[in-house]
Write a protein that binds this ligand. Structure first.
Ligand code: FAD
Ligand code: PHB
Length: 393
């Protein structure tokens, strides 16, 4: 079997793996990124859309933010819609003038792939890591399978940026990593539609029939979500039914229509929380969804993934260049503090905005929580801080 050596083997070309490769490259540390999917697939995969203030700044400082600054939509507030009435949470007024940027995850991925390819550093698409050997102390390795056959890539470190069903965490002997998990009784049905957004800001809507979210990707593309039952199948949702349900849930007393257009992408995502701890096993490290999942209501998934590698890159550089392990030793605990905060915020947002089909008492408490955001400036300020910048607090 062909064998290759590098300093850091990165599994996965999502936001975490690609940004990690880029940050290492800027410091002169070699890495190989291995991605099971094709370049076209990862560049088209529609997922998150909200970039926090501190993370947007970090992308720019890292030299991969210029298109995001030019094309991203800067939002200074969000709308919360309750019982057909809209309430604005003035994020920037409540939080030091700072704002979020609406810019699709696949655009971040495109920018990072372009930077990687321009640098000439290795990035293999259509290549699957089939096993990870991190038990050896000095030289962990992975086996990579592709159309060209199998090869072994070894390095000083292996980093699992391979998402929620990754091979990296699964390779750790049982009993070493602890997995904390919570399932929510909802899924999100998400669509991307060729329709100009009817509103300038995101709308989070709690309606007796369920949750709805109005988001966007550009002046001509809307991104909308419906909270649905966890066992819902896409086959049961015709275009007509999707638009009807969105219209009913998002209607206000003044506006009862939303702009519609061709649906060009759709999917159902179950809502769950997962934390894997610690995020390190010797010379194997985990980052992003490989170590934690949040329900999307707080818009934290991609931000957390990028925040992990913002810490991990300098830690790897210090170890490989200066034999200084202190940052790596602190990596997992420091990430997990932020991850649990994000879990708390995402749970809070999820439970406040998704009516329970049967739990009447729960619904009363949730509505009271939402009313506090609307009526209490202190509560709104706490929400604004977390929504705009949790990953950098
Ligand atoms: P990923 O982006 O998952 O990247 C992991 C990469 O590893 C993938 O490209 C995968 O193909 C590759 N890989 C996996 N196994 C292997 C292997 N064995 N060998 C080689 N490569 C491998 N967050 C939000 O904030 N808002 C949202 O609306 C939202 N919607 C989402 C919808 C879906 C369907 C999903 C799955 C997630 C969504 N998220 C959302 C979460 C957000 O997209 C993730 O938090 C983010 O993608 C994490 O980035 P990552 O780099 O850690 O992982
Ligand atoms: C999105 O635009 O895809 C989006 C926005 C806010 C969320 C989740 C997803 O909370």
């Amino acid at each position: 079997m062909e064998s290759v050596r590098t300093q850091v083997v990165i599994i996965g070309a999502g936001p975490a793996g690609l940004l990690l490769g880029h940050l290492l490259e800027r410091e002169g540390v070699d890495s190989v990124i291995v991605e099971t999917r094709s370049r076209e697939y990862v560049e088209q995969r529609v997922r998150a859309g909200v970039i926090e203030y501190g993370i947007a700044n970090f992308l720019e400082e890292s030299g991969v933010g210029s298109r995001m600054r030019a094309e991203g939509l800067v939002h200074h507030g969000i709308e919360i819609r309750l019982d057909g009435v809209s309430h604005r949470v003035a994020l920037s007024e409540l939080y030091d003038g700072h704002a979020i940027t609406v810019y699709g995850q696949q655009e971040v991925v495109k920018d990072l792939i372009a930077a990687r390819i321009a640098s000439g550093a290795p990035l293999y698409f259509d290549a699957t890591v089939t096993s990870v050997d991190a038990q050896t102390t000095d030289e962990p390795s992975v086996v990579v399978s592709s159309n060209d056959g199998d090869r072994v890539i070894s390095g000083g470190y292996v980093v699992g940026c391979d998402g929620s069903h990754g091979v990296a965490s699964a390779s750790v002997p049982s009993g070493v990593l602890r997995r904390y998990e919570r399932l929510y009784p909802f899924s999100w049905l998400g669509i991307l539609a060729e329709a100009p957004p009817a509103t300038e800001e995101l709308i989070y809507c709690r309606h007796p029939r369920g949750f709805a979210l109005y988001s966007m990707r550009s002046p001509t593309l809307s991104r909308l979500y419906l909270g649905v039952n966890p066992d819902e199948s896409l086959n049961e949702w015709s275009d007509e039914r999707i638009w009807e349900e969105l219209t009913v849930r998002l209607a206000t007393k003044q506006v009862v229509t939303i702009s519609q257009g061709a649906i060009i992408e759709r999917g159902i995502t179950p809502m769950r929380s997962v934390v894997v701890a610690p995020m390190r096993f010797g010379r194997l490290l985990l980052a992003g969804d490989a170590a934690h999942i949040v329900p999307p209501t707080g818009a934290k998934g991609m931000n957390l993934a990028l925040a992990d590698v913002r810490l991990l890159a300098p830690a790897l550089v210090a170890s490989l260049r200066d034999h200084d392990e202190r940052l790596l030793d602190a990596y997992s605990d420091e990430c997990l503090r932020r991850v649990w905060r994000a879990e708390e915020f995402s749970t809070y947002m999820t439970q406040m905005l998704h009516p329970h089909p049967s739990a009447e008492f729960e619904n009363g408490v949730q509505t009271a929580r939402l009313r506090q955001v609307i009526e209490s400036e202190d509560t709104a300020r706490a929400l604004a801080r977390n929504y705009v910048n949790l990953s950098s607090l």
